[in-house]
Design a protein around this ligand. Structure first.
Ligand code: FES
Length: 249
């Protein structure tokens, strides 16, 4: 199939950037958006031109590296699907695909389709570690965890940190991301230590770079891990818990 690509090119953060048009005429419906970029870069390199900078790693929907904006939507047209799994079967032969970086004030463009998502890393770092004296490794059944609770915690732990939720949000909010971390850590026995301190620090860091949540819901619609909107309520719940208790436990 033949696809026209409108690709964002930007040499560095100071560059204003522009769309460049290219044609890939040997794409197949089974290829992913990331593989389409591979194919484009092969031809650019063969022509002695600079390849398009973009990120990818696992290409299995696990690592969160590959987020780009495809036809004005983070990751692409298929809901809850990372860019590395967005198949070209979503487009017809002869159509145009528009590729640009994830757009958010918190994600400065580094080059072409690569953005700096370290603002998300700073939130995780603010959460710190669990400072408990664990001693020697306990028996696996020393601390029983209800199966339904464990499954729920794992559902929220599935966040891959791609940052698409922020790019999809008109406010640039990171509540889905932060709520997923707070929920899975607060749900399990080991993570209940320093629960309040963690929530206070992560929410304060979030408010440095990200906007407020107005419950639009676009975040959950693009999330490759299917993190539910309940994560947003978790941010408010953990915030209120800290306020009402007035302490950091
Ligand atoms: S490359 Fe890892 S999630 Fe897409």
């Amino acid at each position: 199939m033949r696809l026209t690509l409108e690709v964002w090119r930007q040499t560095d953060p100071a560059d204003t950037g522009r769309f460049e048009t290219h044609v890939v005429d040997d794409a197949t419906p089974e290829m992913s958006v990331v593989e389409l970029l591979d194919r484009l870069n092969e031809s650019l390199v063969e022509d002695g031109r600079e390849p398009v900078a973009f990120e990818s790693d696992c290409r299995e929907g696990i690592c969160g590296a590959c987020g780009v904006t495809v036809d004005d939507r983070p990751h692409g047209p298929q809901p809850n699907t990372p860019s590395c799994h967005q198949r070209l079967s979503s487009w017809k032969d002869g159509e145009t695909v528009r590729l640009e970086p994830l757009r958010s004030g918190a994600y400065p463009v580094v080059r072409d389709l690569v953005v700096d998502r370290s603002a998300l890393d700073r939130i995780v770092q603010a959460g710190g570690h669990v400072a408990i004296q664990a001693g020697t490794a306990p028996d696996a059944d020393t601390t029983p965890v209800d199966h339904a609770l464990a499954e729920m915690a794992l559902d929220f732990a599935a966040c891959i940190g791609c940052g698409a939720c922020v790019a999809a949000c008109p406010n640039g909010a990171a509540h889905l991301f932060v709520g997923s971390k707070l929920t899975h850590l607060a749900s399990l026995p080991g993570g209940r230590e320093e629960r309040g301190k963690r929530a206070r620090a992560m929410i304060a860091e979030m408010e440095q770079d990200f906007g407020p949540c107005s419950s639009f819901g676009e975040c959950a619609d693009v999330c490759p891990a299917g993190i539910p909107l309940a994560a947003i309520a978790a941010v408010n719940r953990e915030r209120m818990r800290v306020v009402l208790r007035g302490r950091n436990d």
